[in-house]
Design a protein around this ligand. Structure first.
Ligand code: IMP
Length: 198
């Protein structure tokens, strides 16, 4: 059975494309722009969970429709989880991928333990209830940037089990390891079960 289409409360096309690659024919999503909702939603909180909830809550109230959002961050062990929830605006007030990477590499240039993880939290607003799903991808930070694909910190992150950065992988290869993919799969499993029962 096809699942009802749902709004993905984001304007980030990289994220939407990665999620669509995981969903294939199982579930169709509309980005905010595709749903005709032209706003930037703030991320004022200090946890991924609270920011994800803010985004899905705002869109749910505005549209009156079921929707989901996600918030993701890179957590570096040697920096006690930094940049974490501040990943998008680590270097500047404006989101700037290159400056963020430069700041990160500079901060850990003398650190040999490069352990890090990406974490995604999805917040789903469904028929008046909120549900959360988490996905984690463990890996390490490189010393230099490699690759042109993807976005954000992809050029400096190698997932465990791989020998190249996310930015050296196509989307399907990134999705073998991806934090976002793991959280999205949990969302789909939940929705299938929910609509089977309701
Ligand atoms: P947000 O979830 O839109 O707040 O984005 C958080 C930030 O984390 C992004 O701007 C990226 O810098 C970074 N980020 C999140 N997911 C990924 C990813 O899959 N690859 C690389 N960077 C990511």
């Amino acid at each position: 059975m096809a699942l009802p289409s749902i709004i993905f409360a984001s304007n980030n096309l990289h994220k939407a494309n990665e999620i669509r690659a995981v969903l294939a024919d199982l579930l169709s999503i509309q980005t905010l722009k595709e749903a005709g909702i032209l706003i930037e939603i703030p991320e004022p909180h200090d946890t991924l969970e609270a920011n994800a909830s803010e985004k899905s809550g705002v869109i749910n109230k505005l549209s009156g429709k079921n929707c989901f959002s996600e918030d993701s961050g890179l957590e570096v062990e040697a920096l006690q989880g930094e940049p974490g929830v501040k990943s998008a605006r680590y270097a500047d007030n404006e989101p700037h991928y290159k400056n963020n990477i430069d700041k990160l590499l500079q901060k850990i240039k003398a650190v040999t333990d490069r352990t890090a993880r990406f974490r995604t939290v999805i917040s789903l607003q469904l028929d008046g209830q909120e549900y959360f799903f988490e996905g984690v991808c463990n890996g390490r930070i490189t010393y230099t940037e490699k690759g042109e694909e993807g976005f954000g910190y992809d050029p400096v992150f190698i997932p465990d089990g791989a020998s190249k950065t996310f930015a050296e992988m196509g989307m399907d290869e990134k999705n073998i390891y991806s934090h976002r993919k793991k959280a999205t799969e949990k969302l789909v499993t939940f929705l299938k079960d929910y609509y089977d029962k309701n």
